[in-house]
Write a protein that binds this ligand. Structure first.
Ligand code: DSN
Length: 456
């Protein structure tokens, strides 16, 4: 008998096709990405690295990578194909983000961040990132994480407009002796001023007399950077950029680290300097924090990066932002209060409590009942409990992949408004309004089916 796991996968396909995915960190991959991920590469062990000496954006080409078999730094035989696949993924990531080197092995964004900390810090060293109540990410020092038990995390805040409070960042950088200054968030709708952060780093380095690593966690906006509609921190003096590969970048679920500096053999530990960051990070990923790389996922990353290097991806990235701005305008017209007043990227944070009087969790549940998927999210300095936060977070990467545009954004805003009014009447008793919610669900489904999901 066929394992019922496959029935559930079929049901998930239906859910994805018939609903609208508004979680800003999700997307729909191409059939090429899916095929690579579901391939026989999952059978292979490849601890270590391919040879990447001489791999540079200027002097290498994909053809040369395909044609050349080089020695490697691996611990198992049989790497003839895997090496070239991984080199291709590394090379394409370097091209996309103008990096000197990249490491495509992190299994996730959390692993990527932990590897950077492990590469550069000693236990007890300080990282200055956005404070959690202001909207910082779990892996940027939440007390429940392993890294928070090893390193010291200090936080800067956001201003009333939801932007980074750069004065606070500067003040803290000159107070807490950071070894890393970290920029990156998962509920932030402004464009960070990377140049200003680099200037603050310079000032702090002069004061403390040691190098400070500038790290950007661009998981949410990596696809926008690749598509040229968001500045690239590596162009503004940042040493390291981490990301996941499955959000706006539209690849498989996984992590990635781009580095600037000198690339050398991973077999020898170099001195801890910013110049040596590429090698320090390679060693921190393997063997520092991970074992065998997932070569089927790395192949899928290579396919996704290849897609992101195509001109159509620039159009896609620009359309994500255009759709987010349209959706923001339509929601504002209907009385929704948006954190920061709108958006400069793919993401919107709505103050549901202030707009309608109920919390984000009820709204998330009601929207789920009509096939609109988003997530309840804390607002900066939210006083509400973590499981009943005051806001919701949504975004346009997935619906843009399906080809939606301004008319669909208007419809979505209309349905979101209708559902908000229903929640106002129903309170916690959403089941009492099932008939009204079902009617909206039917409309959502009808529109969703007009826009196919690429890989289904
Ligand atoms: N879970 C990711 C997000 O949704 O933003 C961040 O880790």
């Amino acid at each position: 008998m066929k394992d019922f796991v496959f029935d559930l996968i079929e049901q998930e396909k239906v859910r994805q096709k018939e609903g609208l995915e508004l979680i800003p960190s999700e997307n729909y991959v191409s059939s090429g990405v899916l095929e690579a991920m579901g391939s026989v590469l999952t059978n292979k062990y490849s601890e270590g690295y391919p040879d990447f000496s001489g791999l540079s954006i200027e002097s290498s080409s994909e053809k040369q990578i395909f044609d050349t078999v080089l020695p490697n730094y691996r611990y198992y035989g049989g790497q003839v194909n895997v090496d070239r696949i991984e080199r291709l993924a590394i090379f394409r990531a370097m091209k996309l983000f103008h990096a000197d080197h990249s490491n495509v092995q992190p299994h996730s964004g959390a692993n990527a961040n932990n590897a950077v900390y492990f590469a550069w810090l000693e236990p007890g060293d300080t990282v200055l990132g956005m404070s959690l109540p202001a909207g910082g990410h779990l892996t940027h020092g939440a007390p429940v994480t392993m890294s928070a038990h090893i390193y010291n995390f200090e936080g800067y805040g956001v201003d009333e407009d939801g932007d980074i409070d750069y004065e606070d960042l500067r003040k803290k950088a000159l107070e807490v002796n950071p070894k890393i200054i970290l920029v990156g968030y998962s509920a932030f709708m402004k464009i960070p001023d990377f140049k200003r952060v680099d200037e603050i780093r310079d000032e702090a380095e002069k004061k403390y007399g040691h190098e400070i690593l500038l790290m950007a966690d661009m998981a949410h906006v990596a696809g926008l950077i690749a598509g040229g509609v968001h500045p690239n921190p590596l162009d503004y003096g940042f040493n390291v950029m981490t990301t996941t590969t499955h959000k706006t970048l539209r690849g498989p679920r996984g992590g990635l680290i781009m580095t600037m500096g000198k690339v050398s053999s991973p077999l020898k530990k170099p001195e801890k300097t910013l110049e040596n960051i590429p090698t320090l990070i390679d060693r921190a990923v393997f063997p520092g924090t991970q074992g065998g790389p997932l070569e089927h996922v790395i192949a899928a990353k290579a396919v996704a990066f290849g897609e992101a290097l195509k001109p159509e991806f620039k159009e896609y990235a620009a359309k994500i932002v255009e759709n987010a701005k349209t959706l923001a305008k339509e929601l504002k017209n209907r009385g929704f209060i948006l954190q920061g007043g709108g958006t400069e990227n793919h993401l919107l944070l709505l103050n549901i409590k202030k707009s309608f009087g109920f919390d984000g969790k009820i709204y998330e549940k009601a929207l789920d009942m009509v096939g609109l998927t988003l997530n309840a999210n804390a607002l900066p300095n939210d006083k509400a409990a973590a499981f009943r936060p005051s806001g919701v977070r949504l975004g346009t990467p997935a619906i843009t992949t399906r080809g939606m545009g301004a008319p669909e954004m208007k419809k979505i805003a209309g349905w979101m408004d209708d559902v908000a009014r229903i929640c106002q009447e129903a309170g916690e008793n959403l089941d009492d309004k099932k008939a009204e919610l079902d009617k909206i669900h039917a409309e959502v489904k009808k529109m969703a089916l007009k826009f196919p999901v690429p890989s289904i």
